[in-house]
Write a protein that binds this ligand. Structure first.
Ligand SMILES: [Zn+2]
Length: 56
C-alpha cells in the first residue's frame, strides 16, 4: 500500500504540536530542535512530535 504510506507521511512526518495551544505546525525537525520555530498562535517554542496513535 504505497499510496497509504505516502498519505501517512504527509500527515505525520515533520508535523509538530505546540504544547501550549496544540496548534499543529509543519517544520523541519532540526529547526524544532534548535528552537527556531515559533508557534504562530501563542509564540511558544515548545513542541512535541505528532504521535501516531493507533485509533481503533
Ligand atoms: Zn502555541
Amino acid at each position: 500500500m504505497v499510496k497509504l504510506e505516502a498519505a501517512y507521511k504527509r500527515l505525520f512526518v515533520d508535523i509538530f504540536v505546540c504544547r501550549k495551544c496544540n496548534t499543529k505546525i509543519r517544520a523541519n525537525p532540526r529547526k524544532i530542535a534548535e528552537g527556531k520555530i515559533k508557534c504562530r498562535k501563542c509564540k511558544g517554542n515548545v513542541f512535541r512530535a505528532k504521535k501516531k496513535k493507533a485509533t481503533k
